[in-house]
Design a protein around this ligand. Structure first.
Ligand code: NDP
Length: 246
């Protein structure tokens, strides 16, 4: 497969790290963003120990100007971005009647606003080059909703509307746009949930276990080769059978 430039937002996190490793193992040059310099450099050093060079660029994905600057920086360092994985995300869980405007706005701006902020500066180049892969990391809870996650579920469901619209607009330009919807994965985000709640979640998963970040990375990689060029506007659920609807 041709070596391309892949930008993965939130690449220093649990799922993002696996996506970066997977894309690099496919021969692609990889980049991600960071907010905390010291944390990011420590992560970059760990990746180097594994023989992997990742370009780092500072950006808060909720900020459009920082995202524009990040894309230009990545392009200057590695070349045009052909593969974009919109992975950065946060939770601010609470039931809606207790939710503050700040909890709502932070989640929408980070999880959904970022999809505009990072995709907008890469789309023109992909259209001009007539090749591109854009993959959103949504969530099972964007498909089925979740008690205490009205903000998160709304942001993740919004990604689906974005995906299927962008897929239609860009299909004739060799650009595919798809979503991966993970179920519960054993990263910091899920390990932060109280153990009794986590155990109840596991009981609802037919496979009887949490997923691994590598299993999400594998699903992302599925959309990238030229052979996947006719798959666009799809949502790939990777959730151990916990939710089998659309
Ligand atoms: P992590 O918390 O491990 O990683 C999240 C990453 O996003 C971090 O690198 C974090 O950077 C980055 N990030 C968050 N906010 C911003 C921001 N404003 N600007 C820049 N970067 C930001 O989460 P996961 O790896 O578990 O999750 C990755 C994605 O998968 C998320 O979108 C999540 O919603 C989704 N997902 C996760 C599931 C799970 O079970 N873990 C299930 C379903 C979906 P920093 O270190 O600076 O905070």
């Amino acid at each position: 497969m041709q070596s391309r430039v892949a930008l993965v937002t939130g690449g220093t996190g649990g799922i993002g790290t696996s996506i970066i490793e997977r894309l690099a193992s496919m021969g692609h040059r990889v980049a991600t963003n960071y907010r905390d310099e010291a944390k990011a450099r420590a992560w970059q050093a760990r990746m180097r120990e594994r023989g992997l060079e990742v370009h780092l660029s500072r950006a808060d994905v909720a900020d459009p100007e920082q995202c524009e600057a990040m894309v230009r920086d990545v392009e200057q360092a590695l070349g045009p971005v052909d593969i974009l994985v919109n992975n950065a995300g946060i939770t601010r869980d609470t039931t809606f009647h207790r939710m503050t405007a700040q909890q709502w706005n932070e989640v929408i701006a980070t999880n959904l606003g970022s999809v505009f902020n990072v995709t907008r500066p890469v789309i023109d180049g992909m259209r001009a080059r007539k090749w591109g892969r854009i993959i959103q990391i949504s969530s099972i809870n964007g498909q089925k909703g979740q008690y205490g996650q009205a903000n998160y579920a709304a942001s993740k469901a919004g990604m689906h509307g974005f995906t299927i619209s962008l897929a239609q607009e860009n299909a004739r330009f060799g650009i595919t746009v798809n979503t991966v919807s993970p179920g519960y994965i054993g990263t910091d985000m899920v390990m932060a949930v109280p153990e009794d709640v986590r155990n109840k979640i596991i009981q609802q998963i037919p496979t009887g276990r949490l997923g691994n970040p590598e299993e999400i990375a594998y699903a992302v990689s599925f959309f990238i080769p030229d052979e996947a060029g006719w798959i666009t506007g799809a949502n790939l659920a990777v959730n151990g059978g916990q939710y089998m609807g659309w």
